[in-house]
Design a protein around this ligand. Structure first.
Ligand code: URA
Ligand code: SF4
Length: 200
């Protein structure tokens, strides 16, 4: 899945420039309460990109995406489907932590969406996985809920888009009984792996 070919100098320069612009960004009010921007991290050659909602407390502190409790669960979920998260790139819809982990406001997502879009243009993934309702609704421009979006494949600008429950949601909904979010996610990660293997 890693398909390592070197990016050219123009790519590296555009990526570095984007990273610097995000680090200095003051396009929305979230810049006032952040400790660090969270650009996202992982394998920039990967066909697989995950998009979450926004940084939590630990992410804000470390400047890295999905490194708190939800992130640890994400790592476990993916490895249960034989997907190594280090081989994917992981980012968020908003790059600065919303206070008290509230959902990002529409104007914050609008302001920050340009950064995500620029990242996706450079990363050119084959599969984009939306983690949770905020990312899924933002990418797919729908008001449909995550319960109906998850486990389905969509075409978005020639990229396969898949939606899954957010790991924080799974932390709050711990049941593993048939039809529970955790059990459905177990199926979703297998479906994701199958698609990933088919595009390699
Ligand atoms: N939740 C998210 O949506 N993103 C993170 O980076 C961490 C928790
Ligand atoms: Fe800029 Fe995004 Fe942070 Fe708002 S959330 S200040 S748009 S980087």
């Amino acid at each position: 899945m890693t398909d390592k070919t070197k990016h050219d100098a123009a790519w590296e320069s555009a990526w570095g420039d984007l990273r610097a612009r995000v680090a200095a960004c003051e396009k929305c009010g979230l810049c006032q309460t952040r400790t660090n921007t969270v650009f996202g991290q992982g394998n920039v050659y990967s066909p697989l990109v995950f998009v979450g909602e926004g940084p939590g407390a630990e992410e804000d502190e470390k400047g890295l995406a999905f490194v708190g409790e939800a992130g640890r669960l994400l790592t476990k979920i993916l490895s249960s489907g034989d997907i190594d998260r280090e081989n994917a790139f992981i980012a968020n819809v908003v790059k600065c932590r919303p206070p008290e982990n509230r959902n990002p406001l529409p104007e914050e997502m609008l302001a920050c969406g340009d950064w995500l879009e620029a990242q996706l243009l450079l990363l050119r993934p084959k599969i984009l996985v939306c983690l949770g309702a905020v990312a899924a609704k933002w990418i797919l421009k729908t008001t449909e809920g995550i319960t109906s979006l998850r486990g389905r494949w969509f075409d978005w600008r020639g990229i396969w888009v898949f939606a899954m429950f957010h790991p924080s949601y799974l932390l709050r909904n711990d049941s593993r009984s048939k039809g529970s979010p955790k059990e459905l996610t177990w199926h979703d990660v297998r479906d994701l792996k199958k698609r990933l293997d088919s595009i390699d």
